[in-house]
Write a protein that binds this ligand. Structure first.
Ligand SMILES: Nc1ncnc2c1ncn2[C@@H]1O[C@H](COP(=O)(O)OP(=O)(O)OP(=O)(O)O)[C@@H](O)[C@H]1O
Ligand SMILES: [Mg+2]
Length: 225
């Protein structure tokens, strides 16, 4: 099964005597070329779901399968390689490195997987230009607006050409126009490059760009439309 699949995944947090069921027997398959949204109230388990899907957190029960590979069977080294090569994360806060310029934020990711080639630099410039950051390549994060920082983080998530895109409220710090642009861009990336994407969002207006909408409630996931 290429793309990303979760089979009967549960996640428990242990708070002293207390057990929090953050994910309760969740199953989902997102195929290449498919853009899925997850909505649901605060505390329902959406971010936990993305962290488990992206191998940042281990499932308590069940399997996460990235492009036919069960991640539970991978060594820590192969796991971080899979994360770097196959997953593009877009988080609510952009988490940029303060002392790197916009273009270097992207090239750092390339450096982590090997050497930076001329083609990498061209692709980084192209991505940033596509996202309206063509004139900001040499700026540092504190010289950018919140939306520009977020778009830099999106470009960074795309630089390794990941097969899977996981986005946690990517439009939270954007105005309406930018929010539409950013989600359209994710949708375009999904369709033209055949990626599997999951986006958590509170913004109902963004659901028109998605193929399916799931709802998370108390750790349970159900298909809404
Ligand atoms: N590290 C942790 N330790 C203990 N409990 C946690 C931890 N992280 C999250 N939780 C709990 O797990 C549940 C799900 O949290 P999660 O962050 O996944 O919700 P969410 O749907 O992303 O909420 P929001 O919309 O507010 O971002 C909540 O009850 C939360 O308090
Ligand atoms: Mg969250």
């Amino acid at each position: 099964m290429s793309g990303i699949a979760l089979n009967h995944v549960s996640k428990f947090y242990h708070e002293g005597e207390h057990k929090v069921v953050a994910l309760n027997d969740v199953s989902l398959h997102v195929k290449p070329g498919e853009f899925v949204a997850i909505i649901g109230p605060s505390g329902s388990g959406k971010s936990t779901f993305l962290s488990v899907a992206g191998a940042l957190l281990q499932a308590s029960e069940g399997d996460v399968i990235l492009n036919d590979k069960k991640i539970a069977g991978l060594s820590p080294k192969s796991l971080s390689k899979a994360r770097l090569d196959e997953i593009g994360f877009i988080l609510q806060t952009s988490n940029l490195v303060p002392y790197l310029t916009v273009i270097d934020q992207l090239l750092l990711v390339k450096k982590m997987t090997g050497t930076v080639t001329h083609a990498d630099k061209v692709f980084a410039r192209e991505l940033l230009t596509d996202l309206g950051l063509g004139t900001k390549l040499k700026k540092f994060p504190d010289q950018l607006s919140g939306g520009e920082r977020q778009r830099t983080a999106i470009a960074r998530a795309f630089i390794n050409d990941p097969t899977i895109i996981l986005a946690d409220e990517p439009t939270a710090s954007l105005d309406t126009n930018r929010a539409h642009e950013v989600v359209k861009l994710i949708a375009k990336e999904v369709k033209t490059r055949n990626k599997a994407a999951i986006m958590v969002t509170h913004d109902e207006r963004m659901l028109t760009y998605c193929d399916k909408v799931y709802r998370m409630e108390d750790g349970c996931l159900t298909l809404q439309s």
